[in-house]
Design a protein around this ligand. Structure first.
Ligand code: ATP
Ligand code: MG
Length: 266
């Protein structure tokens, strides 16, 4: 897929508040894979306006979606910081910052992509994680669905990026660390009183579902589905092919379609 930076759909008519879906979990459990496969299912099943946000500073999602050219919000923050350091501007009004951010939105064939990236230093506005929440609030009226591939761990919960999220999907494999990360995400979101509509756990690359269910039983969050290990996902990853092109008989894709059905997305 070739992606061009064009006038984003966000510049078009104002719409109602988007359904916000965040995908969280320990590092390496399959958050980006789930995000990409959910996007594929949603694109096949609905004609809704979708914004996908790569909120992980490592920015893996563009390549998993076959998007090669993009600018990150981190790049924009750096650019504005340099402008201030050179004395070209004395301050950056919020509306100017929003305009710069909107210019980074990549308009792909039938969805938009916003890549947060990372910043090198301090000084201009604030760190990427802290500004993400504001960016989402600005953009939520322009889309039907916003899908956020979160950074591994708890930082996005701590920074209240997930405030007002309708569906929080917490991915885990069958490791103790993956399950503990689920527990911490749930506990911290409750402790901070985040307004989250529904929370589910998704098991990825899990073979013993009963053991996972038992391990999750005291967390108080439903397991909404299991994605099996899928050699096609591995093959596409190694070959650098977009998961949006994965064939219909992919077991992982079929499992994600079932998860989308269960949580009422399709
Ligand atoms: N169901 C699956 N079958 C086969 N391989 C998978 C599956 N899910 C994920 N993988 C592979 O596991 C690796 C990690 O997956 P992914 O990048 O989606 O995890 P992540 O949680 O986003 O990681 P990070 O925390 O680094 O962002 C990737 O190489 C991906 O292709
Ligand atoms: Mg990832």
């Amino acid at each position: 897929m070739t992606a061009q930076i064009l006038l984003p759909r966000t510049r078009q008519a104002v719409r109602r508040r988007a359904l916000m879906i965040s995908i969280a979990g320990k590092g390496g459990v399959g958050k980006t894979t789930l995000t990409a496969l959910m996007l594929k299912v949603l694109l096949e099943s609905t004609r809704k306006l979708i914004l996908v946000v790569d909120a992980d500073p490592v920015s893996n999602l563009p390549s998993v979606l076959g998007v090669k050219e993009y600018t990150t919000v981190g790049d924009v923050i750096e650019e504005l910081r340099e402008k201030m350091e050179r004395g070209e501007v004395s301050s950056i009004p919020p509306e100017v910052f929003d305009m710069y951010v909107q210019d980074t939105i990549v308009e792909c064939d039938n969805f938009d992509l916003l890549v947060m990236g990372r910043t090198e230093g301090k000084g201009c506005y604030c760190y990427v994680n802290a500004v993400l929440r504001g960016i989402i609030q600005t953009l939520e009226s322009n889309y039907d669905i916003i899908l956020i591939d979160c950074e591994a761990g708890l930082e996005h919960i701590q920074r209240r990026v997930d405030e007002n999220v309708d569906i929080l999907l917490i991915v885990t494999d069958s490791s103790r660390m993956g399950i503990e990360a689920c527990r911490k995400i749930v506990e911290l979101s409750e402790k901070l009183g985040l307004n989250i509509g529904r929370k589910y756990v998704v098991g990825n690359k899990v073979t013993n579902v009963d053991a996972l269910r038992r391990a999750l039983s005291d967390i108080g969050v439903d397991l909404c589905g299991i994605i099996p290990y899928d050699p096609l996902v591995e093959e596409y990853n190694l070959a650098g092919k977009s998961l949006l092109e994965i064939p219909d008989d992919s077991p992982a894709l079929q499992a994600v379609r079932e998860i989308c059905r269960r949580i009422g997305l399709i």
